[in-house]
Design a protein. Structure first.
Length: 256
């Protein structure tokens, strides 16, 4: 698939300042998209902005409707209606048993991972309706495809995202709006590195070591952010014009 296939088309990316969101934003910029880059990390957004010639940024919290709606309106005023949404904002939570979470910890995880995805979709679908088409990519995880004693709250939240994506696909299929879900395995990102540090500090439910996690993967290595961006770009692109409601593991064979 050639570059510039997204030339002049508008994309909204949450969690854009680092990791999988950043990789997706950079790929979209390379392919000519106009970008709204949304994240709570102002410095990270500013650094990314230098590599995205046709982009605006918004510093905000993905779990707050006021922030997401304001960013969506700024994007619309700047570029016109958005055709694409990459909702990658998310947090890992704490590696410990589910019943050891405080209510505040549990709510924060679901507010960012599940409510944040829903808020972004809610804000952007009206713009896609104006265009008569759109493509949305949500981020679940291989942890959302089965139970996890290591990160149970994260697993539960990502399971919810996977089913949200499939439900949204049914809601909007007749409107020309496709919704798909990428489920990364263990990817070499700052978020994954932070998770291993927390595990070593807190113990939790038999936290696996980096080597143990790597050895569980049939391909014998962690993934790279660009490999997840490849899947995102496929789902966004016209090559996936008949693809909606798909939950795709990108995990080196972990869920085979």
């Amino acid at each position: 698939m050639s570059e510039s296939r997204f030339q002049g088309r508008v994309a909204f990316v949450t969690g854009a300042a680092s990791g999988l969101g950043k990789a997706s934003a950079l790929r979209l910029a390379r392919d000519g998209a106009k970008l709204m880059l949304f994240d709570r990390d102002a410095a990270g957004l500013e650094a990314l902005r230098a590599s995205c010639p046709d982009a605006v940024t918004y510093v905000g919290d993905a779990s707050l409707a006021a922030d997401v709606n304001a960013a969506a309106e700024l994007s619309r005023q700047t570029f016109g209606p958005a055709e694409f949404l990459v909702a990658s904002a998310g947090i890992n939570g704490i590696p410990k048993p589910a019943i050891d979470y405080t209510e505040e910890e549990w709510d924060r995880l679901f507010d960012v991972n599940v409510k944040g995805a829903w808020l972004a979709v809610k804000a952007l679908v009206p713009q896609m309706r104006e265009l008569g088409k759109g493509s949305i990519v949500l981020f679940s995880s291989t942890a959302g495809l089965g139970g996890s004693g290591f990160l149970p709250a994260y697993s539960a939240s990502k399971g919810a995202v996977a089913l949200l994506a499939r439900s949204l696909a049914l809601n909007h299929a007749r409107e020309g709006i496709r919704v798909n879900c990428v489920c990364p395995g263990t990817i070499d990102t700052p978020m994954a590195q932070e998770m291993f540090v927390k595990a070593s500090e807190l113990g939790g439910a038999a936290p696996p070591t980096v080597d143990v996690m790597r050895n569980r993967i049939p391909m014998g290595r962690f993934g790279q952010a660009d490999e997840i961006a490849d899947a995102v770009m496929y789902f966004l692109s016209d090559a996936a014009s008949y693809t909606t409601g798909v939950t795709m593991p990108v995990d080196g064979g972990l869920k085979a």
